[in-house]
Design a protein. Structure first.
Length: 294
């Protein structure tokens, strides 16, 4: 368990948050049980608190996905989106225009995969405790239990200010069956297009977290060994990349430079612009296995 305090861009009212979701969970954990701790990136922000998945869960997931019949990529479906804006008084009451811009960012990023996102509704809830809810806390559970809508193939986005410079986290699709009320992603309100959480204010925190929600790991999952992120066409990467370090190569005994432009790395929003073909296929396979019609 790690305590993170005071990190983040000057002027944002970040609260202390206990990062309880970074290790020691069971194989049925909502977000995995790896030991990867959050590391502060540009301007002190913490890119993601969706931890590495433990080996037992990873093996079970790969067996599930291997049982799916692979079909050609194409229009794979529209994902209905329910956005829940959490405020503390007037703090965090972001405009609708930021949200519609976020949905457009998602559509641009996921278009090649054949998925599209349809904004169904925006709810606004004034709750100071939920506004700063961290991952795996009772406040997060209460917030999601009260607000979540839809089924396994509906995306719920909670927009708040969890504190400590934390940008967001997500649940994986294979966790829905055991804990449907907790499914979804949480993102810092100022990470949406229009926010001030530079260099993470172009909406790709949402893109990154939806990637987890769709079944993708970080590109640096497993480092330079084993099956890495379980996607064959993303080069191995020893550790997260920050900024936009062109030419970075942390696994010199493996083919390819680090995938710094991949949405599942930790680089700045302006550096991220791609999912690989293998990632697109994995998202489709995970969708059919865990979300479609569930």
């Amino acid at each position: 368990m790690h305590n993170w305090t005071g990190a983040g861009l000057a002027g944002l009212a970040f609260a202390t948050v206990v990062m309880a979701g970074c290790g020691g969970q069971s194989a049925d954990s909502l977000t995995g049980s790896g030991s990867l701790a959050p590391i502060a990136g540009s301007n002190g922000f913490i890119r993601c608190s969706t931890p590495e998945v433990d080996d037992a869960t990873k093996m079970r997931v790969e067996m599930d996905l291997a049982g799916q019949t692979v079909r050609p990529m194409g229009p794979n479906g529209t994902i209905n989106v329910y956005v829940h804006v959490i405020t503390s008084g007037t703090a965090g009451n972001i405009p609708d225009s930021w949200i519609t811009s976020q949905i457009q960012v998602l559509n641009n990023a996921y278009g090649p995969s054949g998925f599209s996102f349809n904004l169904v509704s925006i709810s606004r809830t004034n709750n100071a405790t939920w506004y700063t809810a961290g991952p795996n806390t009772s406040a997060e559970t209460a917030m999601k239990t009260a607000l979540r809508q839809g089924t396994a193939d509906d995306l719920n986005i909670y927009v708040s200010n969890p504190g400590g410079g934390l940008l967001g986290w997500a649940t994986f699709p294979w966790s829905y069956a055991s804990a449907p009320s907790k499914d979804g992603i949480v993102v810092l309100n100022q990470s949406l297009p229009g926010g001030i959480a530079a260099p993470y204010n172009q909406g790709d925190t949402g893109t990154h977290e939806v990637g987890h929600w769709m079944g993708l790991y970080h590109t640096f999952q497993g480092g330079c060994t084993g099956n890495g992120d379980s996607v064959s066409d993303t080069p191995y990467e020893k550790s997260p990349a920050y900024g936009c370090p062109t030419g970075r190569d942390t696994c010199r005994n493996k083919a390819g430079l680090d995938p710094i432009t991949n949405f599942m790395d930790y680089t700045d929003d302006a550096c991220m612009n791609t999912f690989s073909g293998g990632q697109n296929l994995r998202m489709l396979t995970a969708w059919n296995t865990y979300r479609k019609g569930k």
